[in-house]
Design a protein around this ligand. Structure first.
Ligand code: KIV
Length: 266
């Protein structure tokens, strides 16, 4: 089976085919979401929160992303595989950014990288695309800037902030990104950005007018480990399913009814 390329993802916007993207951090979930036909798998720095148990994505390192990307890359046969560049891995200099992005591609097996930020990143985006590394942008609520933003709040609510996000999207497109994630912005602004650029927009908390959508797999499955943002739809309740399954196992172990004959060697 051939892999979905950034060129095919770009064409999905032209053909008005919605793009479905999800995060994965291990081979099991990666195998399942790929088999289900997801278009893009993101090894997000959200792993800092849902896998490592941190309050923010900030402590995640390049080595952490490489470790999880390797596991995911082994399992993904069709989807495009993008890896997040974690906080501090591309802000200091273009050289630093290229070195770290190259590691995610070469050591992790990612096919593109994602960075958070606007026009200030255009030198990096140009340098990376020149080096053969496709880059996905990320605007609106950029969790790596949580301390500057003062929390995880909706962005682009006033005219000036909205205009800045539209201009940032244009600047990123001009620099060469192949797609842009829009996180936690008003629906009307997401629609404006989506019409303003030719590259696909992929929304999370940005309403239905983006060219695609992304969610964190743990949120979609209903693991309630963290506060549920308004935009998260839980498609199942694995928090309770897990608790129920573990309780059933414990009950049988304590009652010595597991393992029964059926699960024993003779
Ligand atoms: O880290 C992540 O999972 C993300 C998505 C929520 C877009 O950046």
């Amino acid at each position: 089976m051939s892999k979905l390329t950034v060129l095919e993802i770009a064409k999905m916007k032209v053909d008005r085919i919605p793009i479905a993207m999800l995060t994965a951090y291990d081979a099991t979930f990666a195998r399942l979401i790929d088999a289900a036909g997801i278009d893009i798998v993101l090894v997000g720095d959200s792993l800092g929160m849902v896998i490592q148990g941190h309050e923010t994505t900030i402590p995640v390192t390049v080595d952490d992303i490489i470790y999880h990307t390797r596991a995911v890359a082994r399992a993904v046969k069709r989807a495009h595989l993008v890896a997040d560049m974690p906080f501090g891995s591309y802000q200091a200099s273009c050289e630093d950014g290229i070195r770290n992005a190259s590691r995610l591609i070469k050591e992790g097996g990612a096919e593109s990288v994602k960075v958070e930020g606007g026009r200030e990143l255009t030198p990096f985006v140009r340098a990376a695309t020149r080096a053969g590394i496709p880059v996905m942008g990320h605007l609106g609520l950029t969790p790596q800037s949580v301390h500057q933003l003062g929390g995880f709040h909706v962005q682009g609510r006033d005219d000036e902030a909205a205009a800045r996000i539209v201009d940032d999207a244009r600047a990123l497109e001009d620099a060469g990104v192949y797609a842009i994630v829009l996180e936690a912005v008003p629906r009307a602004l997401a629609e404006r950005v989506t019409s303003a650029v030719h590259v696909p927009t992929i929304g999370i908390g940005a309403g239905p007018d983006c060219d695609g959508q992304v969610l964190v797999i743990y949120d979609l499955l209903g693991f309630n480990g963290r506060v549920k943002p308004k935009f998260v739809k839980r498609y199942d309740d694995f928090e309770h399913r897990t608790l129920d399954a573990v309780a059933a196992y414990m009950k049988e172990v304590k009652a010595k009814s597991f393992p029964s004959d059926e699960y024993s060697f003779h």
